[in-house]
Design a protein around this ligand. Structure first.
Ligand SMILES: [Zn+2]
Length: 445
């Protein structure tokens, strides 16, 4: 096989399935057909390449996977601050979403994809309306996307069936970058009958489910009072866990729930998005220690930028480590290597993106080359610690997805970033306009 591209002279971050991450110095990475075909001490690989990316002084890290997002919400960045969870939904975000149009979703999704690629994120699990617009944006910009078309039960059975149909259509695109999940919004906005129907369709079509559940302990308490079972037990008895489920947040997961999730550990995962939990003063938060002990996959997500402000998964990974140390009272829990593993391999395994979350021969070449030469990173005593705790998303220099260079020397190669930013600025004011009485939904956990 001829080598199409060689990344020359970089360090390579090796993220093993368990144990410490290591940076192997001065390597050449050979890439063909979208996958890594060789990792050699620099200068020894010999195969001539059509393209050489000089990367001396840079570290090749696996592209991060954003385990839970609502990408078009970047248009609402900073438009819902200093509010409770209830007011965030009921007086800000859901009234704003009345203003969604396919074109506004397209504009937001392109901005989010650009931001993620420029920050070294190479895959995202999205949950939103107008999914075909998001799919087109992901395909155009060259980022992996697993997209779950959202619906609420009170939109009627037509909306439910349309969302399921959209997921099947996304799957049938047969794209190398775009995959589908089914997207019932949550256990508090979707009926058990609809969840059961989605689970049945998921099993029939071989499409997993992405759903908000037990986001916080208040939702668990309310579910117990209303139904006598927790939100996770609702997902179990409706067949959603059995169909395969990516669960967003899970701050209200109980110890009984952990045992239930463990029974489905090969099919379920949980996305932790800590910045929003801090903002909304939630306590407790995603029980990562219990989930990992039960063998359940955990990824790191941003959630929507209406709460997280950025699509920066490095930032969320850092906050995940800090939040979990605080929650467990154990300074040794979620060490640097384990946290990086969650943001890379953990996220990549949580949805069928097609990426691997680690750099290895035979695996898809989803890679970010990062530059740790900035004053906020120097001196580098331990590159792993620098990556997690000092690096900024803007230190990402060059990004490959499936072997294709999509960011080169901090420049987006696949679309006109100035145009994306101009379009976002033009449509955002109308999107965030709140009209009295208008809302897509009411938050009553
Ligand atoms: Zn969410």
């Amino acid at each position: 096989m001829t080598t199409e591209l060689v990344i020359q002279g970089c360090g390579v971050l090796n993220v093993p399935a368990s144990g410490p991450c290591v940076v192997e110095p001065l390597r050449d990475l050979h890439i063909s057909g979208g996958v890594v075909t060789g990792i050699h001490p620099s200068g020894t690989g010999m195969a001539p390449a059509a393209e050489v990316v000089k990367a001396h002084g840079l570290i090749a890290v696996p592209g991060l996977s954003n385990a839970h997002a609502h990408s078009p919400m970047v248009l609402m960045r900073g438009a819902a601050e200093d509010v409770s969870v209830d007011d965030w939904f009921n007086t800000r975000v859901w009234p704003m979403e009345v203003n969604l149009t396919p074109d506004r979703v397209r504009v937001g999704a392109r901005l989010a994809c650009a931001e993620m690629l420029l920050g070294g994120v190479t895959a995202f699990a999205d949950h939103y309306f107008c999914p075909e617009q998001i799919a087109d944006a992901a395909q155009e910009l060259g980022i992996r996307a697993n997209i779950a078309p959202t619906f609420f039960t009170d939109q009627g059975v037509e909306a439910r069936d349309a969302a399921i149909r959209q997921a099947v259509e996304l799957r049938d695109r047969g794209s190398d970058l775009v995959t589908a999940s089914l997207g019932p919004h949550s256990t508090y906005t979707v009926s058990e009958a609809d969840l059961a129907h989605v689970a049945e369709m998921g099993r029939r079509e071989g499409i997993p489910v992405h759903v908000h559940a037990a986001e916080n302990v208040e939702q668990t308490r309310s579910s117990l009072a209303r139904l006598g079972v927790t939100p996770i037990q609702v997902l179990d008895r409706t067949g959603v866990l059995g169909a395969g489920a990516l669960i967003a947040h899970g701050g209200g997961i109980t110890s009984d729930d952990l045992a239930l999730l463990a029974q489905h550990r090969d099919r379920v995962g949980v996305a932790c998005c800590p910045k929003g939990y801090f903002k909304h003063a939630l306590d407790p938060i995603t029980p990562i220690q219990g989930l990992l002990n039960a063998g359940i996959r955990v990824g790191v997500g941003t959630d929507g930028a209406a709460v997280a402000n950025t699509m920066d998964v490095w930032e969320q990974a850092r906050l995940t480590a800090l939040a979990q140390k605080r929650q467990t009272g154990d300074a040794l829990f979620l060490d640097v290597s384990e946290t990086i593993r969650l943001a890379t391999r953990g996220g990549a395994s949580i949805a069928p993106f097609g990426g691997a979350g680690h750099i290895a021969i035979g695996q898809p070449a989803d890679i970010a080359l990062v530059d740790l030469s900035g004053p906020h990173c120097q001196p580098v005593h331990d590159p792993i610690a620098t990556l997690l705790y000092s690096m900024r998303a803007s230190d990402v220099r060059t990004v490959l997805v499936a072997g294709r260079v999509v960011v080169r020397d901090r420049r987006l190669e696949t679309a006109d970033l100035d145009e994306i930013i101009r379009e976002a600025a033009a449509v955002a004011p109308e999107l965030v306009r709140v009209r009295p009485g208008a809302s897509v939904q009411r938050y009553e956990p």
